[in-house]
Design a protein around this ligand. Structure first.
Ligand SMILES: [Zn+2]
Length: 308
């Protein structure tokens, strides 16, 4: 299994268009140690020239165009991307679907509740159904491995399991629909398994549910929520607002933070993704970056690749 990081920042990217915080200012001026990043997106490949996408970032068109592996064969229409798996109904997870609307047949997996949010309240996504055959919306069950992709011999089949992460539905979901949605289907992590190798992906982790820890412990690669360094990070920059935990992200530092909660006996690589532009870990010379390195963490960047 190959995994590519096409984008590694949280919503808004880095720098963020309307933010003048010191991180964004330094990135905008091209200072050393402040690497610009597009909004979080990874691609997973179980076999040559076969890819699927967990989520569809607002930067997806640019991210696919920048990498020749996603180009159609010369003189053809098509894509090596055959499926997407939506991990929540957040704008940052679904907006990129609209970049894929050019009459391209695709399969789109999501929990039944997230499918309802997209199909019942957001008619814009019907633009995906003009392709022949139309986009197939597929319900993804919780806690059960699904063969998203089959290629070659049975032993190389890749499976994907949805793991509930305890987050909330986005604010834009109406109160009427919200009360009919399953709480544990709002935000999921994904565990991919192929040939005995495990990849755990959880870019939005609320920390309210503990089930993610056993998946993180067993994985050969964990790409994990690195959105905020402190719980009050957004309040410090904006002067008001919500804490990291209130918007569904356990902060990295502090009591009960990710650095404390992540299983110490985890066997694989631990890599942070989905960093908000305010996170001091985006400054490679910061004390936060040093703390992460000392604790064995890596910070994802656009273009980072893994092979399991
Ligand atoms: Zn900023």
């Amino acid at each position: 299994m190959r995994i590519k990081v096409l984008g590694s920042a949280a919503g808004g990217g880095f720098p963020q268009w309307n933010c003048g915080c010191s991180n964004c200012d330094h990135a905008r001026r091209g200072l050393h140690g402040f690497r610009p990043r597009t909004q979080a997106q990874v691609a997973v490949s179980p076999a040559p020239a076969a890819w699927f996408l967990p989520n569809a970032s607002p930067d997806l068109r640019q991210q696919l165009l920048q990498d020749p592996e996603f180009a159609p064969a010369k003189s053809t229409r098509g894509t090596p991307v055959s499926a997407l798996i939506l991990m929540s109904a957040d704008v940052d997870c679904v907006m990129g679907l609209l970049h894929l609307r050019e009459f391209q047949p695709l399969r789109v997996y999501a929990t039944p509740s997230v499918l309802r949010v997209l199909k019942e309240e957001n008619s814009l996504f019907r633009s995906l159904e003009r392709s022949v055959p139309p986009v197939q919306w597929e319900a993804l069950p919780l806690d059960r491995p699904v063969s998203v992709f089959q290629h070659g011999e049975a032993k190389s089949i890749l499976t994907c399991k949805a793991v509930p992460l305890g987050g909330d539905y986005p604010d834009y979901v109406s109160a009427g629909l919200r009360k009919n949605l399953a709480n544990d289907e709002a935000v999921i992590g994904l565990e991919f398994v192929q040939n005995g190798k495990k990849f755990f992906y959880a870019p939005s982790l609320s920390g309210r549910d503990e089930a993610w820890k056993c998946h993180a412990r067993e994985s050969d690669l964990a790409l994990i929520d690195g959105t905020f360094w402190t719980d009050d990070e957004l309040i410090d920059v904006r002067g008001s607002g919500k804490t990291a935990r209130q918007i569904g992200h356990v902060p990295l530092s502090g009591p009960g933070g990710m650095l404390e909660q992540f299983p110490r006996d985890a066997k694989g690589r631990r890599v942070l993704i989905h960093l908000n532009n305010t996170n001091p870990a985006l400054d490679e010379a910061s004390a936060a970056s040093g703390t992460l390195r000392d604790a064995g963490w890596e910070v994802a960047y656009d273009g980072m690749e893994f092979e399991l």
